[in-house]
Design a protein around this ligand. Structure first.
Ligand SMILES: [Zn+2]
Length: 141
């Protein structure tokens, strides 16, 4: 049984090992002090995304979105609620495809929003279209 879970810091991308039993206790980054699992979506771009996914052992649920997309804006509060509900179990990440077009291209994002679930650094599944908070939780489970 694994007693530590590796999670990447959303601020400095350092890999941190967190005791599995303490995931809900607000762990902070050993390098920069940022909150590791604060129940909020991490906003990542070109520079940090792949390191973050590779260094996070929790499943990572990514919302590839864009500011001009109405369904994306409607989903945003649901995504935040799901991040809080899944805190310590699934890491939620937002990628603004307007700011990170190369990431969108590399992951072949053809519709917005697209949700992609990574597990152990590899894509497990994806879907296009917005979900409400309950459906996000079910989809990521
Ligand atoms: Zn850090």
């Amino acid at each position: 049984m694994s007693e530590f879970v590796q999670v990447a810091c959303p601020a400095c991308l350092a890999a941190n090992r967190v005791a599995a039993a303490r995931m809900a206790e607000g762990p902070t980054c050993g390098k920069c002090g940022a909150a590791l699992l604060d129940g909020k979506p991490a906003e990542l771009g070109e520079a940090g995304f792949e390191k973050f996914v590779a260094r996070t052992e929790l499943p990572v649920l990514v919302d590839f979105w864009a500011p001009w997309c109405g369904p994306c804006r409607s989903m945003a509060p649901h995504f935040e609620r799901a991040a809080e509900a899944l805190k310590g179990r699934v890491r939620l990440v937002k990628v603004n495809t307007e700011e990170a077009p190369q990431l969108a291209s590399r992951y072949d994002i053809r519709a917005i929003p697209t949700l992609v679930l990574f597990r152990n650094g590899a894509e497990e599944k994806r879907m296009s279209g917005a979900l409400d908070a309950a459906a996000l939780e079910r989809w990521a489970a």
